[in-house]
Design a protein around this ligand. Structure first.
Ligand code: A3P
Length: 325
């Protein structure tokens, strides 16, 4: 039997098995052999019990705000580099490893009731995230929020304008969404970010390849916006969290903000900041028609998927399907 020093051996191994160069982190406590060599100082309790995966611009921050109001629901501490989101499973942070990820989570004070979670709205359409999440936290529950993908695309475009993105400032929404294959790469890049996350059925299927339907909750973002207390009751039931938290008493509609907000003492409110619930002109009919058409096949697939899962169709989807006939 021949062997090599460890580093050379590793090089040799990855030469022979190049597809294994990309790590796939698993829960160290799920395998006795790993648990036995895992440092006594470490714990596997600092992993999320559920994830809010996005997509962006559907109301994920509102859901986040409402979730952390619950006494047993605890989020990670913020990642200063990525605007508070951890963005672990979808990008380069993944290579920082499991310890890096766990360090963002507190050790739960009550193991039987506390639910740790994180929200990274980029996970939804990430090719890697579903498999990576299922390898590390296979029992985790997954929450996604959907609004009309056309509105999501427009909200993203407006978000980019507000962030002074030069392409979004220079080109109209119509120019961006209708740009052809020979358009400059910066337009096509913005176009992709507007449009691709809205291929809802494609992305949800990826999650369903890695998680049973019982672990996935699809929230209607329009419903979350207009009736958050009822949606939060549904979310609480899905998570099986206790104690029951009465969101009807804890939330109030702030007419100045135009959205539901957290009710504080003395009638004050805590709403999301200026970047959420922006004021911008409504989408024009030309863009709306183009996008309805663009998303038609995707929306039909989504309706089949929801039907298969026995889930009701959100009202925007029913309206879009009527346009097909
Ligand atoms: P707009 O700013 O385009 O209106 P996300 O947090 O995923 O980025 O989503 C932002 C969107 O959440 C906002 O998009 C807004 O419409 C929606 N939203 C839903 N409920 C909200 C709330 N209670 N407060 C603020 N925005 C809310």
């Amino acid at each position: 039997l021949q062997t090599l020093p460890p580093v050379q051996l590793a090089y040799k191994y990855f030469q022979l098995f190049p597809d294994q160069r990309d790590p796939l982190w698993q829960n160290p406590c799920d395998d006795k052999r790993h648990r036995d060599i895992w440092s006594k100082e470490k714990t596997c309790d600092r992993l999320p019990k559920f994830l809010v995966i996005g997509p962006q611009k559907t109301g994920t921050t509102a859901l986040y705000l409402f979730l952390v109001m619950h006494p047993s629901i605890i989020s990670n501490s913020p990642n200063p580099k990525t605007f508070e989101e951890m963005q672990f499973f979808n990008g380069k942070n993944y290579y920082k490893g499991v310890d890096w990820y766990m360090d963002f989570f507190p050790v739960p004070s009550n193991l039987s009731t506390d639910l740790l979670f994180e929200k990274s709205a980029n996970y939804f359409h990430s090719e890697e995230a579903p498999q990576r999440v299922s390898a590390l936290v296979p029992k985790a529950k997954i929450i996604t929020i959907l609004i009309d993908p056309s509105d999501r695309a427009y909200s993203w475009y407006q978000h980019q304008r507000a962030h002074q993105d030069s392409t979004a400032l220079k080109f109209s929404f119509y120019e961006v969404i209708t740009a052809g294959p020979h358009a400059p790469s910066y337009i096509k890049s913005l176009q992709r970010k507007c449009l691709v996350p809205g291929w809802y059925a494609v992305h949800i299927e990826q999650w369903l390849e890695n998680f049973p339907p019982s672990q996935l909750l699809i929230v209607d973002g329009q419903h979350l916006r207009t009736d958050p207390a009822n949606v939060m009751d549904e979310v609480q039931r899905f998570l099986g969290v206790s104690p029951y938290y009465n969101y009807s008493e804890a939330l109030t509609f702030d007419s100045h903000k135009g959205f539901w907000c957290q009710l504080l003492e003395e009638g004050k409110t805590k709403c999301l900041g200026k970047s959420k619930g922006r004021k911008y002109p409504p989408m024009d009919t030309e863009c709306r028609t183009f996008l309805s058409d663009y998303y038609q096949a995707h929306n039909v697939e989504l309706s089949k998927l929801l039907h298969r899962l026995g889930q009701p169709l959100p009202s925007w989807l029913r309206q879009e399907l009527q346009k097909v006939r």
